[in-house]
Write a protein that binds this ligand. Sequence first.
Ligand SMILES: Nc1ncnc2c1ncn2[C@@H]1O[C@H](COP(=O)(O)OP(=O)(O)OP(=O)(O)O)[C@@H](O)[C@H]1O
Ligand SMILES: [Mg+2]
Length: 255
Amino acid sequence: MVNTSEQQENQKSAVAIKLEGVHKWYGAFHVLKNINLTVQRSERIIICGPSGCGKSTLIRCINRLEKHQRGMIRVDGTELDDDIKHIEQVRRNIGMVFQQFNLFPHLTVLENCCLALIWVLKKPRKEAEAIALNYLERVKVVDQAFKYPGHLSGGQQQRVAIARSLCMNPSIMLFDEPTSALDPEMIKEVLDVMVDLAQDGMTMICVTHEMGFARTVADRVLFMDSGEIIEENDPENFFSNPQSERTKLFLGQIL
Ligand SMILES: Nc1ncnc2c1ncn2[C@@H]1O[C@H](COP(=O)(O)OP(=O)(O)OP(=O)(O)O)[C@@H](O)[C@H]1O
Ligand SMILES: [Mg+2]
């Protein structure tokens, strides 16, 4: 059994995610360099930085969509090592939302949301549907439940993707540029859902360049460049008083 009493104890601890001295290479390319990051439970972290600096790679390592080669990553007290049970345990606690929604096009919205409830959590269909409808209601797309993703707007699809993650009752949500593929008028409806989640106490790491959102919800903003965390601060100080030249340059370009 993976969920030992020690792990249950850890899950209640204040630390949700811990990275120590994490390095990753793609072949010879050193993509993550000595990443150290501790995320407290209910903390909201925003990661920003130039294209190619390693933001997606970093958050993908946290639920083992990518494997780090040196250092330690621990999620809810479980270390991501080569033990598949540990990896499954970590993935059960984490929901992830991508830039490109990643919904199954041949399944309705409701079926998309029920899939893992039925096949992974072994819920009876009726119960799975009740859970899914509840989260679709929460993200305000319940009226789309019987449509196929291709018949929804981008903003609606992304809210379905968020609902699908929430169905699994994760304790942590990772977002990788969830609004950057959306038309401007749809960005707010997705951000509103994320603000609501944040206010509800969800532990969140979000890669985004939506700086208004960062100011509203972030406890900390991290700036990455060339595979390193260059600077981190609370949003107020991060934006008004950036320390490094690279951060200043970056903010000058996006603000
Ligand atoms: N599977 C891979 N194999 C080899 N190189 C990769 C792979 N995935 C990413 N890279 C490279 O690693 C670097 C970091 O990529 P990553 O996607 O983490 O950056 P990012 O900060 O998320 O960029 P963006 O803002 O464009 O999404 C880039 O130079 C990228 O080309
Ligand atoms: Mg990316």
